[in-house]
Design a protein around this ligand. Structure first.
Ligand code: GLA
Length: 393
């Protein structure tokens, strides 16, 4: 297999893996900090992700191994678990805990994980590991969950076991993504549409700022609370469940209800960003990449100035992109506070773009970014030995 994982599994466990699964990471084209406000988002699954090789054991032990991390705990099967420190294995452990609490009878498991998504870079490495684990458990123990159930389980693990009050976008995208399609997801109803990404002749550049993201969880949860405060204020006169239940025009009429200026700025971002997603979906459908690109830049500006989740590293990438005519649009993607930006770049100019951006960024920031060209790939599934990369596991 890719990365010699089959061999690694048998070296560790002295047996062959029973099965292998893959779940991608995701980028979000537009619609940031919208999912927990009940609006529209437009993510895509990418071809980087998390592989899981797995076999049931009769020893009543969950053995967690990863090619990315040294921590390798053996945790005995019991009726439930709490988060143990900050180790990577808490994401799969939380999923196991959820299945057990739902009353499913599990056996011990020998597991080997490997991720080729840059970890903690805003590409949903955590949703990817949660969803691949939930998918595998559902298959191995015939628990009969639908894909949407697995998405909800993974989100609940993130909220209740890990303690990050995220919305549903990441888990949904890594489960439901499809090759060359963007997902237009309504995060309130969970209705979704797969639309052609229509980026022929352009590549999706993913630029990792390599800025370590500190305080992501606490800052993120702070933004979620600010949105709640804004909603409570608007509800004095409006009958709504989410900030995204109103549009920009209505917001203008009622924004005075939000007395705290910072909270008002947060709400303004959310409501205008939701409107931008609608425009972006139309632009994509009409093959109007120039308009789509403008909306990406506007989204970034708003995340920088109103929502205040960008930072000088992400801003440097986007500022450079604006000066280069081979780029149609760029913005931070994911939670922010460092992590990754995306840019739509003319295919034949990608190499030049990477070199120039790398030099510009390194001069300004003092270290280099990592730049990938990413394809839009499929959601979670069984990883066939001869599929995906055309080689043995
Ligand atoms: C993180 C969260 C998502 C979403 C984005 C911001 O990725 O996990 O639920 O809120 O941030 O759009």
């Amino acid at each position: 297999m890719k990365y010699g994982l089959s061999q690694k599994f048998s070296d560790i466990y002295n047996k062959e893996a029973e099965s292998a699964y893959f779940s991608p990471g995701r980028i979000n084209l537009i619609g940031e900090h919208i999912d927990y406000n009940g609006g529209l988002v437009m993510p895509c699954a990418i071809t980087f992700g998390t592989y899981l090789l797995i076999a049931v054991n009769q020893d009543g032990v969950f053995r967690f191994r990863s090619s990315n991390f040294n921590e390798a705990p053996d945790i005995p099967l019991q009726s439930n678990y709490q988060k143990i420190g900050d180790g990577w294995f808490n994401f799969p452990l939380g999923v196991i805990d959820h299945f057990l609490k739902d009353g499913h009878e599990l056996h011990g498991l020998d597991m080997l994980y490997f991720g080729d998504i840059p970890i903690g870079a805003g590409l949903s490495s955590s949703a990817s590991i949660e969803v691949v684990t939930a998918f595998a458990l559902n298959e191995l123990f015939n628990t009969g969950y639908s894909k949407l159930d697995l998405v909800k389980i993974a989100k609940s693990v993130e909220n209740n076991f890990i303690g990050m009050n995220c919305g549903i976008m990441d888990q949904f995208a890594v489960a439901f993504g499809e090759k060359d399609k963007a997902i237009v997801l309504n995060c309130d109803t969970l209705d979704y549409e797969l639309v052609n990404s229509n980026i022929k002749n352009y590549v999706l550049a993913v630029i990792n700022t390599n800025k370590s993201r500190k305080l992501v969880e606490s800052k993120y949860n702070e933004r979620v609370e600010e949105c709640q405060t804004a909603l409570t204020a608007l509800k004095q006169e409006l009958d709504i469940n989410y900030l995204c239940d109103i549009d920009t025009a209505t917001f203008k009429q009622y924004k005075h209800l939000i007395t705290n200026e910072v909270v008002r700025k947060r709400a303004k971002h959310v409501i205008e960003e939701n409107d931008r997603v609608k425009l972006a979906a139309n632009a994509l459908a009409n093959n109007n990449l120039a308009e789509f690109g403008k909306l990406m830049y506007a989204s970034h500006d708003s995340l920088r100035d109103l929502y205040e989740v960008s930072g000088k590293e992400l801003d440097t990438v986007v500022a450079y992109a604006k000066t280069n005519s081979v780029v149609v649009g760029a913005r931070m993607t994911g939670a922010g506070f460092g992590g990754c930006a995306i840019a739509l770049v003319k295919q034949e100019e990608f190499e030049n773009f990477s070199l120039e951006l790398s030099t510009y960024y390194t001069n300004k920031i003092g270290y280099a970014p990592s730049i990938y060209s990413s394809l839009i790939g499929n959601g979670v599934g069984i990883y066939n030995e001869y599929s995906v990369v055309g080689g043995r596991l």
